[in-house]
Every structure is written in structure tokens, then in C-alpha cells.
Design a protein around this ligand. Sequence first.
Ligand SMILES: NC(=O)c1ccc[n+]([C@@H]2O[C@H](COP(=O)([O-])OP(=O)(O)OC[C@H]3O[C@@H](n4cnc5c(N)ncnc54)[C@H](O)[C@@H]3O)[C@@H](O)[C@H]2O)c1
Length: 416
Amino acid sequence: MLVFGKIMLVYYIAWNVFFNYSLNENQDRAALEFTPACDSPDIYRKGCRIMKKIRLGVVGLGHRGRAMFRIAAQNFDSVEPVAMCDIEEKFWVERQTFPGNESASMKEDFPSAKFYTDYDTMLKEAGLDAILVETPANKHADFCMKGLEHNLAVLSDVPFAASVDEANRLWDAAKKSKGMFMAGANPNEMGFVEALVDLYRKGYLGKISYLEAEYIHDCRSLWEVTPWRARGSVPIKYCTHSLGPLLRILEEDLRTVSCHSTGSWICPENPAHNDLMTATFSTESHVVFRLTTSFINNAHIGPHTYRVFGTEGYFERFSGRGKLAPVTFFSSNKLYGAKTLTELPIDTARPEFGSKAGIGHGGADYALLNRFLQAIEGKCEPISLREGLRMTIPGIYAAESAKRGGELLKIVYPWE
Ligand SMILES: NC(=O)c1ccc[n+]([C@@H]2O[C@H](COP(=O)([O-])OP(=O)(O)OC[C@H]3O[C@@H](n4cnc5c(N)ncnc54)[C@H](O)[C@@H]3O)[C@@H](O)[C@H]2O)c1
């Protein structure tokens, strides 16, 4: 009887193992057999799951919001353009006439998308999966927080907070949300920045001791179409384009800052303007980072310059100057033949994106949206809120330091 019992037990275990194996195999096969349905235009694959298209909305239909929504909807099969929101209906119905950029209205281009003047209503009614936040530069965080409360995937344009309090609240909102925040740091995705990161990771630059960035862009021609730019320029707060790419190779956060402003020389009628601001940041291990920003100037250069000094090498990206095109150089003691300054054959575009590589800010916008959409599908990591805030918060402290005549301030982040 005991022997019979043992035989039955072995038989039972063997049958179960076989049965479960067959079941799993059949389930896998069923999933595979369903694969051809993925060719349907309405669905795309998320890992092994079949997902509907990403229902995309945008808040803020200024030049930037319209451009980003168009790039997303017209270049990525996974996107379904569903809804748009602006307090001004004209940006939906009127043709776009931004200098150098003429096109049909958003209403004509996206007839099936619904337009809202109220963001809360759009969030409640439109059934979105993802939202682009393209409101004025000092008004992003509240829109992002609401998107996160609805558990959406949120792509925020730069900068990601206008004050330390906003940064803390955004940090808390992201922790509570089941959605995803991605920092819309488009320069981080540029081709020459990828090259810099690659050189650094391969050890060609050694340890980094000093970094420098400049963002010089006379924005006065934009004052009429974007009045928030005309109210009082504090360019050091618009620092993500400059800090973001270089912080990719700096493992420490920026810890202290002292900043000075020229004040308003060129438009003295508005003392709220700071023509040019320059900040010196330092990390705990005394890596120094100098940043100069100016949105009111007569320089006709720019906009972006970056320099990196390492123990084994050097990297620089110079913006255009008059007829001189932008150029990227590096040198390294660690690479045979590269001890002298050597030009790198890379610009802003990412060659791997082929015919789409140049779309939007020399390809940075396409690369950014590609990353956002891939991150929603779980295929890569988003540019995280932490990365976004470590390139935003130093500028907020820098502006405060400038107000206090260059006082050295300690920078504190929400994760501390
Ligand atoms: N990453 C980049 O390369 C890049 C380039 C240009 C601009 N930007 C950023 O993009 C953002 C938008 O810039 P822009 O030039 O299009 O400015 P803009 O002023 O033309 O656009 C902002 C839009 O937001 C709308 N808006 C304001 N409050 C709103 C509300 N409560 N609800 C709905 N809509 C509201 C305004 O009516 C306006 O149409 C800014 O933050 C700017 O800094 C980023």
C-alpha cells in the first residue's frame, strides 16, 4: 500500500509538471499566434503585451507646444493625437506664423483631436495616456503635478520648477503617482553630447575637474510673441540647456553657488532685466562649474557652448560665431593620435535616427520624444525628475545669490 502511494505521488508530480509546462507553452504560443494583430495601425507592442496607441495631449499651444505636438504626432506611429489645451483658442484655429515656420492651424492638421480651454477638464475628459507640458517657462510644475495626479506620462518642457518649494512639491507628487515624469531636456539628447558621454565613460577624459557652459541668445525678437520673456529676464534660471548635458558626466550634484548679474544696461527702462548673469558652482569634491547666460545682448553668437577639463583629456563644443559653424573638439592622452585638439565629426543630430535625425532643434526634439515614447513602452529609462531637478535647482539658487550680491549659497535638493 505504501509502495502504491509512493508511485501515485511520483505520477501526480510528473503529471503536474508536464501539465503546467504544456499550459505555459500553449499560452506562449497563443501570445505568439496573436502577434500578427500588432500590424494593425491601432496597436503597438509593449514588451510581450499588446497595447493601444499612446493617447497624447498637450497643454500650451505656443510655438513650442505646437511644434512638439506636431513632431510627436507626425513622426511616431505609436502616437494618437487626442487633445490640446490653451487658454487662447486662437492658437488652435489660427495658422502658425512663427518667423520661419508657416503651417496650417492645429485644428486643420489634427481634425480628430479635441480642443479645450481648461486643463482640468481636458484631464478629466480626454482619456489621455501622456501629456506634453508646454506652458510658459515659470509655469510648468503645477501642470505636471496635475498630470501626475491623473497617473499620466508627463513630458515637461524646461525648466522643471520655478522655485525650491515647487521643486519639492513636484518631487512629492511624482513619488505618489503611478504615472511617469520625464524631464524634457532636449539638449541632453544631442549627438555631440552622446559623444562626450561616450568619451567620458571610456576613460578618455579621465576625472573631470572643471566644466563650463554658456547660453548666449538675444531673445528680444521673441518678446512680442512670448510676453513672459519680456517681463524681466533672469537667464540664470533658464539653465537646464547648459547644465543638463554636462551633468550627464558629473556624478556629484552641484553643492554651492555664487552668482553675479550685470543688471539691465541694454534696456534700462526695465530694471527687472538681467542682461547677463554668470554663476560659479562647486561640488563637494571641488569640481568647479562656471555658467554664463544672457538673453539680452548684441553678441550674435551662440547659443550653446560647453567645455570640459579632465585629468586625461579635454572636450569643447563651440557654438557658431558669425559665418563660423559650430564645432566639436576633443583631445586625450589616452587615445593614440588624439593628444592634440582633434575635431569630432558629430553635430547636434543623432545619426542612428536616419532621415529623422535633424527634426526639431537640430534633431534634439525628435530624440527627446523618441526617448519619452520608448520610456512609456518600457523600452528605456526616461530622463528622470531627479536628473531634471539637479539641472534646474542650481539656477534657482544662483538667481537668489545674484540678488544678494553674489553671496555663496548652499544648494539643497528634495532628495536630501
Ligand atoms: N526645450 C526647448 O528647446 C525650448 C524651446 C523653446 C521654448 N521652450 C519652452 O517651452 C515653453 C513654451 O514656450 P513658447 O515659446 O511656446 O511660449 P508661449 O508663451 O508662446 O506658449 C505658452 C502657451 O501656454 C499657454 N498657457 C498659459 N497659461 C495656460 C493655462 N493656464 N492653460 C493652458 N494654456 C496656457 C499660453 O496661452 C501660450 O499659448 C516655455 O517653457 C519655453 O521655455 C523650450
